[in-house]
Ligand binder design. Structure first.
Ligand code: NAD
Ligand code: UFG
Length: 339
């Protein structure tokens, strides 16, 4: 029996690669389009080692409108999971043009190709960053959207574009997924997060300290209004997130119109709690120093995750201990990422 084809933009990236595994296991055929600006082609071989099926990779930039239109005509996907984008907050502040061009223009080019090809089912990677500094936690989907950096602004613009598209044309089926903090790796240790240069995010940084690649972690502030003074976030196992995409895909295939959902656990975890959980997973101490607060950071951010549970019947299953164990397994098996 043939598998329904799913176009996966950014499918060699961190979250996209895990989603490919879940898609294959759920009976779909992912077809990847990625310009490899932040990933490696080796990922497709790793996905094959896990699942027995190697996805085809088209090395193409989404902004190459003609190539994307040709690709859509050729593969006629039943749906698209749209992960491709740039995601470094600091870089988006210093180089906003690059972010608007890549994230907004890349999406417009993709949507034009899908519309022309009659392939109007889409799941979009948005982010909790759209909420900026929330008035209250947990954050429901109805909370005001007010991003504090160009990266977040590109997510808000694409969300609005998708809502406008659904309002204009009832043939579109769209899921907008606002992820909280994805961490961890596939339990095989074959795929994971491979940041280039110094990691921006907490867990990849801790992983490199645990591996001895970095001397210590800087904890960005211990004077936040939280229980232990360090920042609190909603960390979500990347495999739970990937499974959430399969649930959102099935929902989008069956239901027209837009749907906006938070994907998180609904649990806040502090930086200090994360350090302790990682120490338990890797069996050694994580040296850390308290540093000044990082510009633009907020104290606390976690999801009201009830809507995804109600609408998709999806909820995260994996614990904080599993997130740290799988991150460490990936880090220790692949000290230099995919190199
Ligand atoms: P990633 O950088 O690992 O993956 C993104 C992939 O997109 C990369 O493989 C990159 O090469 C590709 N890409 C970028 N621009 C492209 C373009 N113009 N054409 C073709 N390919 C392009 O990032 P990720 O962590 O897997 O994130 C995936 C998506 O989820 C992004 O849209 C990101 O903004 C969003 N997101 C991520 C997080 C997170 O913490 N990782 C949180 C919230 C939202
Ligand atoms: N932190 C440290 N030291 C570090 C890195 C981070 O103390 O070296 C702290 C931060 O101050 C924060 C927490 O760890 O309190 C988490 O920081 P991350 O950078 O891992 O995650 P953020 O929540 O700040 O941001 C991430 C992505 C954003 C995205 C957001 C919500 O970087 O793009 O999650 O999805 F929008």
């Amino acid at each position: 029996m043939s598998r329904p084809r799913i176009l996966v933009t950014g499918g060699t990236g961190y979250i996209g690669s895990h989603a490919c595994v879940c898609l294959i296991e759920a009976g779909f055929e992912p077809v990847i389009v990625d310009n490899l600006s932040n990933s490696s082609r080796i990922v497709t071989e790793r996905v094959a080692r896990i699942t027995g099926f190697q996805p085809v990779l088209h090395e193409t930039d989404l902004r190459d409108s003609e190539a994307i239109a040709r690709l859509v005509r050729e593969i006629r996907p039943a749906a698209t999971l749209h992960f491709a984008g740039l995601k470094a907050v600091g870089e988006s502040v210093s180089d906003p043009l690059r972010y608007y061009d890549n994230n907004v223009c890349g999406t417009v080019s993709l949507l034009q190709a899908l519309d022309a090809g009659g392939c109007r089912v889409l799941v979009f990677s948005s982010s909790a960053t759209v909420y900026g500094d929330p008035d209250t936690v947990p954050i429901p989907e109805t909370a005001p959207v007010r991003p504090t950096n160009p990266y977040g602004q590109t997510k808000v613009i694409v969300e609005k574009l998708l809502l406008d598209l659904c309002a204009a044309d009832p043939r579109w089926h769209v899921s907008i997924l606002r992820y909280f903090n994805p961490v961890g790796a596939h339990e095989s240790g074959l795929i994971g997060e491979a940041p280039r240069g110094t990691p921006n995010n907490l867990v990849p940084y801790i992983a490199q300290v645990a591996a001895g690649k970095r001397a210590h972690l800087s904890v960005f502030g211990d004077d936040w209004p939280t229980a232990d003074g360090s920042g609190v976030r909603d960390y979500l196992h990347v495999m739970d997130l990937a499974e959430g995409h399969v649930a959102a895909l099935r929902h989008a295939l069956a239901n027209p119109g837009p749907l906006t959902l938070n994907l998180g656990t609904g649990q806040g975890v502090s930086v200090k709690e994360m350090i302790r959980a990682y120490e338990a997973a890797c069996g050694s101490q994580i040296p850390f120093r308290i540093s000044p607060r990082r510009p633009g950071d907020i104290a606390t951010c976690y999801a009201d995750a009830s809507r995804a549970r109600e609408v998709l019947g999806w909820q995260p299953r994996r614990s904080l201990a599993a997130m740290c164990k799988d991150s460490w397994h990936w880090q220790s098996n692949n000290p230099d990422g995919y190199q």
